[in-house]
Design a protein around this ligand. Structure first.
Ligand code: FES
Length: 181
């Protein structure tokens, strides 16, 4: 199950499962048709591909979790669900699979600083234990992840990021604007 740009990270995993001989169902979700990516690539590495958009402008309308719920209720048996995308999406994928007892891996993206397990920036709580996503992850058992803490910690710089977006334009963006004019 992939959401938005998370799909780019999910693709190699789907391909590896397929290559190992697994039957692969892929559900990908995007806000709308304009930001759909890797459709053909996912089709090539899956047995069934379900494309969802929030506004219904392409594929089926709805969230990836709605499709996942539908497939699980239909009786599809999955050995493993892998969820990669925004934190709320991964959280709700885990909530969807939990009652069906399907092991679910999530790929976490907490704020990382040194990437070597020294700074503690990427600390997450998994099964009540402190883990560092950069060295212990980034993939974890989604049913054990403390998503509330993760969302909290990832929002730490939200105010500064908001300010930055208002006042700062990166050089590539400036160049792009200059080229268009
Ligand atoms: Fe510093 Fe993981 S990024 S401990």
């Amino acid at each position: 199950v992939g959401g938005g740009v998370g799909c780019a990270i999910a693709l190699p995993s789907a391909a590896a499962f397929k290559e190992a001989g697994a039957e692969v169902d892929v559900i990908v979700g995007f806000r709308n048709k304009d930001i759909v990516i890797l459709e053909d690539e996912f089709k090539a590495v899956s047995d069934n591909m379900y494309l969802m958009t929030d506004d219904g402008s392409y594929g089926e309308q709805g969230f990836v979790t709605a499709k996942l719920q539908e497939l699980l209720e239909k009786g599809n048996q999955y050995d493993e669900v892998l969820a990669i995308g925004p934190i709320p999406m991964m959280k709700f994928v885990c909530k969807t699979t939990e009652p069906f007892g399907v092991h679910t891996s999530v790929s976490l993206n907490p704020i990382m600083v040194d990437g070597t397990g020294m700074c503690g920036g990427c600390r997450v709580t998994v099964g009540g234990e402190v883990k560092f996503a950069c060295v212990d992850g980034p993939d974890f058992d989604g049913h054990k992840v403390d998503f509330a803490e993760l969302m909290n910690r990832n929002g730490v710089y939200r105010d500064q990021e908001g300010e930055d977006e208002k006042n700062h334009m990166c050089r590539i963006e400036k160049l792009g604007k200059a080229l268009i004019q």
